[in-house]
Ligand binder design. Structure first.
Ligand SMILES: [Zn+2]
Length: 81
């Protein structure tokens, strides 16, 4: 059967806020209990889908936050004194 190609289906954009692994759109802060038994929110978050733990939202989204910025060398010309 020749139908319409559904290639466009594969090219769906990922939402800005979604797990880069499982596509879940939510995560929860990981609550830890310290020595005194107090519940404390750590700086760790966990994906609700794949349980990926991360401290940086960019890690979860798969955004290369460590990408070096464009090399823009501003020659310090002009003497501001
Ligand atoms: Zn996930």
């Amino acid at each position: 059967m020749t139908g319409r190609g559904q290639n466009a289906h594969m090219e769906r954009k990922t939402p800005a806020n979604a797990c880069c692994r499982c596509g879940a759109t939510a995560y929860r802060p990981v609550i830890t209990r310290d020595a005194t038994g107090a519940m404390k929110a750590s700086h760790v978050y966990r994906c609700v889908g794949c349980k990926l733990e991360f401290t940086d939202i960019d890690t979860w989204r798969g955004t290369p936050s460590a990408a070096p910025p464009q090399r823009v060398f501003e020659p310090s010309q002009g003497t501001e004194a």
